[in-house]
Design a protein around this ligand. Sequence first.
Ligand SMILES: Nc1nc2c(ncn2[C@@H]2O[C@H](COP(=O)(O)OP(=O)(O)OP(=O)(O)O)[C@@H](O)[C@H]2O)c(=O)[nH]1
Ligand SMILES: [Zn+2]
Length: 224
Amino acid sequence: MSDTRSPQVLPTRKPTQHLERYSEADVPTARGVLRTIVFRDKRNGREHVALVVGEPAGLDGVPVRIHSECLTSEVFGSLKCDCREQLDRALDFVTQNGLGVVLYLRQEGRGIGLGNKIKAYALQSKGLDTYEANRQLGFADDLRSYDVAAEMLRSLDVRSVDLITNNPLKIAGLVEEGVAVRRRIPSRTEHNPHNVDYLKTKRERTGHLIELFAEDDDTEAKAG
Ligand SMILES: Nc1nc2c(ncn2[C@@H]2O[C@H](COP(=O)(O)OP(=O)(O)OP(=O)(O)O)[C@@H](O)[C@H]2O)c(=O)[nH]1
Ligand SMILES: [Zn+2]
C-alpha cells in the first residue's frame, strides 16, 4: 500500500502570489464531473488547471496529483514515457475515491518546453539519456518549480495532501513551498520497450521510487 510519512510542514519560503484564479466550471467526463479551475500566471500568462473532485477545502490528507504537461504522450500517444498513464491513473483514483485534486501544470518537458524536449529526444536517439540530453542543450536536469502548485492548493484551502508521485524531489519541493505532505501514494504504471530506459534513468538519477521488475517490491497497490 502507500508509504506512511509524518506531515512535513516546514515552509522555508514566503508564500508567492503569482496566480489569478481566473475561471471555473463543471466539466463532464467519462469518469464523472470534474470541477475545472483555471489559474493564470501573471508573470507569463500560462494557464494552469486544477481538476477537483468532491469538496477538499479545509481537509487533511486530500489525494493530490501534481502533473506536468506532456503533449507527446497525453495527446499523441507517445510510448517514450509514462505520463499519460500516470494522468489517467490519477484521474481514476480521485474520481473513484470521490475526493481529490489533479493539478495540471504547464511545465512541458520538465520545464524546457516542447520544442526543446523534441530536441532532447533527437539527442536521445543518438544514445544520450534524458538528463545528458538536457545538459547538452544547456539546461539543468529539471527546471520545474512548485510555487505555482502550492499557490493553487492554498487557493483551494487544502490543509495537507497525500501526494500521488514517485518523485522524492517533488515532495521536497512542495514542502519547501509550505505544503504539508502527509504521505505518498505511489504512482505505478506499466513499462514498455520504449520507456523502460527512461524509467530506469529516473530511478537511478533522481531517486524516483519506481518498481520496474519482478524482483522489485510488488506489494504496493497501483495508484488507480
Ligand atoms: N526534458 C525532458 N523532459 C521529459 C522527457 N521525457 C518526459 N519529460 C517530461 O517530464 C515531465 C514528467 O516528469 P517526470 O520526471 O517523468 O515525473 P515527475 O513528475 O517528476 O514524477 P512523478 O510525480 O513520479 O510522475 C513531463 O513534463 C514530460 O514532458 C525527456 O526526455 N526530457
Ligand atoms: Zn511524458
